[in-house]
Design a binder for this molecule. Structure first.
Ligand code: UT7
Length: 326
């Protein structure tokens, strides 16, 4: 049986750090409120001249280097993002050009914060069906450019960065065991960007009405996230005949410490098995799981044959999980 196994991980973030204390100077908030309500202490913000493709390319190069795969061996490049460099072409094509991966097919996936798990599922299917052998999946965002820096409800939550994995076909027991994807479009207005699409095409009007910025009904999203992420985690475990006790490391989407703690508690996972880095990066949307994965991997937190669970939730609404034997 062919499985898709992660053979390399990489990540990249901007150098500029924006702390909660910096935000106190921008909007009516405090470090204390942000820390207790979200768990975030600081986030990274892209500089002028840095784009989603910049961090996606750097993360991909690091993942390829770890895997020992050269760009021209790639069959497929899947980039999960909601902050593309341009409306078109796909930012994946820009990354493909930067890497020199000219044999690959390249496209973007738009599933907001669940984008990486969606991309991973597509890669898994491509590898298991035999249509690809080496696939690059990236989650990358420059959310700071669609944030309303006068809105205290959203501006403190998000950050910029990228994470990437190289997947290769493998005949053994290790690799992706299953992926599980879900959406409920009836909630699309809870978290979206009103401008920059063809419903609000006028750039000037969109700017005047502040429609270029991300909008979120945080409270509603919070409640739905906890339930959906718990369901997706249990679905992955049940499908493989596992229980939460079998999980060696749980890497959830990093949106809010209280969401992560609530799911950890519902699954009965102790703190050691739950990987959290949102204190330093905030919510990086599609980048959050691969960014956390790369940190955990490089820190030696994941051992061969460990059971790893990814769990995502985001705008759409979209959610999903992936269970892997490392
Ligand atoms: O990645 C995709 C998924 N996204 C998420 O999962 C995000 C989910 N949502 C959340 O993480 C949380 O809902 C937020 C962090 C966005 C907000 O936390 P909350 O505990 O839901 O706060 P709230 O909006 O209910 O506001 C509580 C209070 C309000 O004051 P009153 O009405 O109780 O007097 C707000 O006005 O906190 C006030 N508040 C603030 N105070 C200081 C709201 N924002 C701030 C702020 N600083 N930045």
């Amino acid at each position: 049986m062919t499985r898709a196994r992660i053979t390399g991980t990489g990540s990249a973030v901007p150098d500029r750090v924006l702390s909660n204390y910096d935000l106190e100077k921008l909007v009516d908030t405090t470090d204390e409120w942000i820390t207790t309500r979200t768990g975030i202490k600081e986030r990274r913000i892209a500089a002028e001249g840095e784009y989603t493709s910049t961090f996606a390319t750097q993360a991909a190069q690091r993942a390829l280097e770890m895997a020992g795969v050269s760009p021209d061996e790639l069959d497929l490049i899947i980039l999960a993002t909601i902050t593309t460099d341009f409306p078109f072409p796909a930012t994946a094509c820009i990354v493909q050009s930067n890497l020199g991966a000219l044999k690959a097919a390249a496209f973007d996936v738009s599933a907001a914060c669940s984008g990486f798990v969606y991309g991973l599922s597509l890669a898994d299917n491509a590898i298991r069906s035999g249509s690809a052998r080496k696939v690059l999946v990236i989650g990358a965002e420059v959310l700071s450019r669609i944030i309303d820096w006068t809105d205290r409800n959203t501006c403190l939550l998000f950050g910029d960065g990228a994470g990437a994995v190289v997947l290769e076909a493998d005949g053994g027991e290790r690799g992706i065991l299953s992926t599980h994807l879900h959406s409920d479009g009836s909630y699309w207005e809870l978290l979206y960007q009103p401008g920059c699409g063809n419903r609000n095409p006028s750039v000037q009007k969109t700017l005047d009405e502040r429609k270029i910025f991300l909008m979120m009904q945080g409270n509603e999203v919070f409640k739905l996230a906890v339930r959906a992420m718990e369901d997706a985690a249990l679905e992955a475990l049940e499908k493989n005949g596992f229980t939460p006790a079998d999980i060696d490391i749980f890497i959830p989407h990093q949106a809010n410490r209280r969401i992560i703690d609530a799911i950890g508690k519902r699954l009965g996972l102790d703190g050691d098995r739950v990987y959290v880095n949102l204190d330093r990066f905030g919510n990086t949307s599609a980048a959050s799981i691969p960014l956390a994965l790369d940190e955990a991997n490089r820190a030696g937190r994941i051992k061969e044959n460990d059971i790893v669970l990814f769990d995502a939730f985001g705008g759409g609404l979209t959610w999903g999980s992936a269970l892997l034997r490392w």
